[in-house]
Design a protein around this ligand. Structure first.
Ligand code: KG4
Ligand code: ZN
Length: 386
């Protein structure tokens, strides 16, 4: 059978069962995501045991839907790509076991993809962006400067230098990460504290424009690793547990706990209420706190990333992961990087949060450079990139 360029991507690292068919690493033919968000919302976080069982329930129909929506057939695929880690062990195993069996049955190559590399490729695959086109010129070797990728999600706040080697394979170097909570985790915890819905990011995103971002001052304490270096230069680490604790103290000292509990109860009774309609549930003090929190987190993410971009003479910045869906982050990043003449690119909203199209896209250069998974491939919950 002649090559078709079609890769089936499978993603099950956390609470989304996802499958997608992507042609030549860029053209999304289907992108199916079964979210477990309502299942875990009652607990205010992902319950690993429940996630695994839900993946098992969803994996076959999700893959079938991805193949059908792409208008293709299993035997047309060039390869199957699956998330190897990082993520929840039991959740990862469902996708890996299914993909191994499928690749075995179809006699097709299996490609293991790091979830974080997937997030980076969610930006690269959408070549309509200015920064992605700079990335494409880096691919041709005409721009020797690295791309700087910020992956900011519920589990990660990581900075990577990304380079495409002449062989066609991508290489990554981690130059910073959070030393405690991820930015998305801080969003989720602050939202939970204020009695808002789960996951918290979209709620805070929607409510922040209703408040005054200068009302509450949050300071970021110096990080212990400041001054530490990597093989390629200084580290640019993040820390978000301090601001989470500062919000908690503010809520306690301003007697806002009862109002938060009331809001939680109201939302439990009105499960169909969307973040955009929640402003009326919040007093101005809460809205100001939300706006100030978001402004501080976004400011910190941008400051650290721009400092790293300057140090490493980055050609462009790629921002990905669930928090990359945030509107204030997008607007301020674009303005502040733009004023320095630095292109910054984000994935479309659908590809910001977890999906399998990004896994298939990241697998494409691996397929071209024959980086297939060994038969003994297994889940690596703490898998690192670079
Ligand atoms: O990438 P993702 O779907 O899953 C992980 O790999 O973690 O990211 C989920 C995270 C959650 O913490 C969620 O609150 C956050 O992304 N998030 C947002 C927004 N949408 C999702 N954070 C801020 N603003 C948003 N609009
Ligand atoms: Zn993710």
């Amino acid at each position: 059978m002649p090559p078709t360029g079609l890769i089936l991507g499978v993603e099950s690292s956390c609470d989304e069962t996802a499958a997608a068919v992507v042609r030549n690493g860029t053209q999304v033919l289907s992108n199916v995501v079964a979210s477990q968000v309502t299942l875990h919302a009652t607990y205010g976080g992902v319950v690993p045991e429940l996630a695994s069982r839900e993946h098992l329930r969803n994996i076959v129909p999700v893959v079938r839907a991805a193949i059908a929506q792409a208008g293709t057939a299993f035997d047309q695929l060039d390869a199957i790509a699956v998330t190897e880690g990082p993520g929840l062990a039991g959740a990862l195993l469902v996708g890996i076991l299914y993909s191994k069996a499928l690749a075995f049955g179809l006699d097709k190559p299996l490609i293991a993809v790091n979830h974080l590399e997937g997030h980076i490729h969610a930006v690269l695959m959408e070549a309509t962006h200015h920064a992605a086109s700079i990335a494409q010129s880096a691919i041709g070797g005409s721009n020797p400067n690295p791309l700087l990728a910020l992956v900011v999600s519920g589990g990660h706040t990581h900075l990577y230098l990304a380079n495409l080697t002449p062989s066609g394979a991508w290489t990554y170097r981690n130059i910073g990460h959070t030393v405690d909570d991820a930015a998305g985790e801080a969003y989720d915890k602050v939202a939970k504290l204020l009695g808002l819905g789960y996951p918290g990011g979209p709620w805070i995103d929607a409510l922040a424009p209703h408040g005054d971002p200068t009302a509450v001052r949050f300071n970021f304490a110096p990080i212990k690793t400041r001054g530490a270096t990597t093989q390629v230069g200084p580290r640019f680490d993040f820390s978000f547990s301090g601001i989470k604790t500062a919000v908690l103290r503010y809520v306690q000292s301003h007697n806002m706990s009862a109002a938060s509990a009331a809001r939680r109860a109201t939302l439990a009774e009105t499960p169909h209420l969307k973040p955009a309609g929640a402003a009326s549930l919040c007093d101005i003090q809460t809205l100001n706190l939300i706006a100030s929190f978001q402004s501080a987190v976004v400011g910190n993410l941008i400051r650290q990333t721009l400092a790293a971009a300057q140090t490493f003479s980055a050609a462009a910045i790629l921002v990905s992961g669930g928090v990359a869906a945030n509107r204030e982050l997008r607007a301020r990043f674009t303005a502040e990087a733009g004023s320095r003449g630095l292109p910054v690119a984000f994935p479309s909203i659908a590809l910001s949060t977890d999906n399998a199209a990004m896994i298939a896209a990241a697998a494409w250069p691996k397929l071209l450079t024959h980086q297939t998974a060994p038969e003994a491939m297994t889940a690596v919950p703490q898998l690192r990139l670079g």
